[in-house]
Ligand binder design. Structure first.
Ligand code: ADP
Ligand code: MG
Length: 369
C-alpha cells in the first residue's frame, strides 16, 4: 500500500489488468539481416499476473521477443495478443505497457519526478492525477525522497528504481524488464531482486516478462521460465520442472549446473563408463546412446547406490559447499558437497554415488551443436 491520499477503488498503483501476453507463431527478422530470423515462430503465453522469465544466452532472441510485445519491432509473421486484444498493428504507446531496459535510460536533464511523469504527460493525464501517480510510483520503489534530484545525482541502483517507477506510473497491465539488473554490481543485484519480488506481490495482476541470461534471477523471480536458444523457444516450465526434469541437455545445463554423462541404455538402467547405473529408462530404447543428467548437489561422496569410482582432479571451496571434480572412466563428474569436514585432495581415489530417482535420462546430444 502506498501512503498519501489513501485512494479510492484501486488506490495505489494497482496495475492495469492485461489478461496476459500471448505470442502466436511470432517471427522477427531485422532489416539487412533478412536471411536469418532473430525470433523464429515463438508460441508462448504469459498468464494474467504471471512472471515469465525469458532465459537464454546472448543473441538468442530474448530482447527481440520483448520488442515484439512492446511494438518496437514488427513481426514478419504471427500475432501478439494482450489479453484478447490483438496488438500486432498497434503503435507502442497504445499498448499500455511499461518497459525497463538494462541501461537506465532516464532523461538526464529531467528531475526524477519529471522522468517518472513522462509517460503520463505523453498520455495527457490531468495534473492532479500525474502528481498522485508519480508519488505512488516513487513510494513503491523507495525513491520518494529523491523526487527533486537529477539522474546524475543518483547511484546506478537508484536510477534503476526510478526507471521502474517510470514504467509503473502508467499503471501498465504488462511490465517488460530487459536485464534490468545486469548493470548493477552483485550485492545491489540481490537486493534489487528481492525488491522486484516484493513489487510483484504488490502488483499481483500485472503480467511480467523478465529477460535475463542469469539463471539465479530466473529461478528466484519467475513463476515459469522460457528457455531460448538461437531464436527458438527450447523449453518452458516452472523452475522446479525445468530443474528436476529438463527435457534436453541445453535446458539442463542452462538451468542449474548439471553432470551430463554419456551412457548406453540397458535393461532397468544404463551403462556409464563400464559401470551399471540404475535409473528410470522408461521410453528409452535398449542399446541406444543417451545422456544421464545428475545435478552436482545430488551426488554424494563415499559408498551408496549407483556408486562410481574415480580420481579427484580438482576441488574448489565455495563457502557453503566444496565442488569436487572427479574423473570417472575418462569423464568428469562434479559433486557439490556440504559439510565436508575432511575433504579429499588432488589425486585421491574416491567413490561417488547418487540415488536412481535423482538422475534423469535425456536424448543423446540434442541441444548441442
Ligand atoms: P538477446 O536479447 O537474447 O541477447 P537479441 O534479441 O538482442 O538477443 O538478438 C537476437 C538476434 O538478432 C541476434 O543475432 C542479434 O545479433 C540480432 N539483432 C538484434 N538486434 C538487431 C538489429 N537492430 N539489427 C539487426 N540484427 C539484430
Ligand atoms: Mg538482450
Amino acid at each position: 500500500m502506498s501512503s498519501g491520499t489513501g485512494g479510492g477503488a484501486g488506490g495505489g498503483i494497482s496495475g492495469g489488468t492485461s489478461g496476459g501476453i500471448r505470442f502466436e507463431s511470432v517471427s522477427v527478422a531485422y532489416d539487412g539481416n533478412a536471411g536469418s530470423l532473430a525470433l523464429e515462430s515463438l508460441d508462448l503465453t504469459v498468464g494474467p499476473g504471471e512472471v515469465m522469465a525469458l532465459l537464454g544466452p546472448s543473441g538468442s532472441g530474448k530482447t527481440t521477443a520483448l520488442r515484439a510485445v512492446a511494438g518496437f519491432v514488427r513481426p514478419v509473421s504471427g500475432r501478439v495478443f494482450l489479453g484478447d486484444r490483438d496488438v500486432t498493428d498497434l503503435p507502442p504507446h497504445r499498448r499500455g505497457i511499461g518497459m525497463v531496459v538494462q541501461q537506465y535510460a532516464l532523461f538526464p536533464h529531467m528531475r526524477v519526478a519529471d522522468n517518472v511523469a513522462f509517460g503520463l504527460r505523453a498520455r495527457r493525464a490531468a495534473k492532479d492525477e500525474i502528481r498522485e501517480r508519480v508519488a505512488e510510483a516513487l513510494e513503491m520503489t523507495g525513491m520518494a525522497a529523491y523526487a527533486r534530484r537529477y539522474p546524475r545525482e543518483l547511484s546506478g541502483g537508484q536510477q534503476q528504481r526510478v526507471a521502474i517507477a517510470r514504467a509503473l506510473a502508467i499503471r501498465p497491465g504488462v511490465l517488460l524488464l530487459d536485464e534490468p539488473l545486469s548493470a548493477l554490481d552483485a550485492q545491489l543485484r540481490s537486493g534489487m531482486l528481492a525488491e522486484l519480488a516484493r513489487l510483484h506481490r504488490e502488483l499481483p495482476d500485472v503480467s511480467i516478462l523478465y529477460v535475463t541470461h542469469d539463471q539465479v534471477e530466473a529461478l528466484t523471480l519467475a513463476d515459469r521460465i522460457a528457455v531460448m536458444d538461437r531464436a527458438r523457444l527450447r523449453a518452458c516450465g516452472t523452475p522446479t520442472e525445468l530443474y528436476r526434469a529438463p527435457a534436453d541437455e541445453f535446458t539442463a545445463s542452462f538451468v542449474g549446473g548439471a553432470n551430463l554423462l554419456p551412457v548406453t541404455v540397458g535393461a532397468g538402467g544404463v551403462d556409464f563408463a563400464g559401470v551399471g547405473v540404475k535409473v528410470d529408462t522408461a521410453g528409452a530404447v535398449s542399446g541406444a546412446r543417451a545422456t544421464l543428467c545428475v545435478r552436482p548437489h545430488l551426488v554424494g561422496l563415499g559408498q551408496g547406490p549407483n556408486q562410481l569410482a574415480g580420481v579427484v582432479k580438482d576441488i574448489q571451496w565455495r563457502g557453503a559447499t566444496h565442488r569436487l571434480y572427479v574423473e570417472v572412466g575418462g569423464h568428469e563428474v562434479m559433486a557439490d558437497l556440504r559439510e565436508l569436514r575432511d575433504p579429499p585432495g588432488f589425486g585421491d581415489d574416491v567413490a561417488l554415488h547418487f540415488a536412481p530417482e535423482d538422475a534423469v535420462l535425456l536424448p543423446a546430444g540434442v541441444g548441442r551443436g
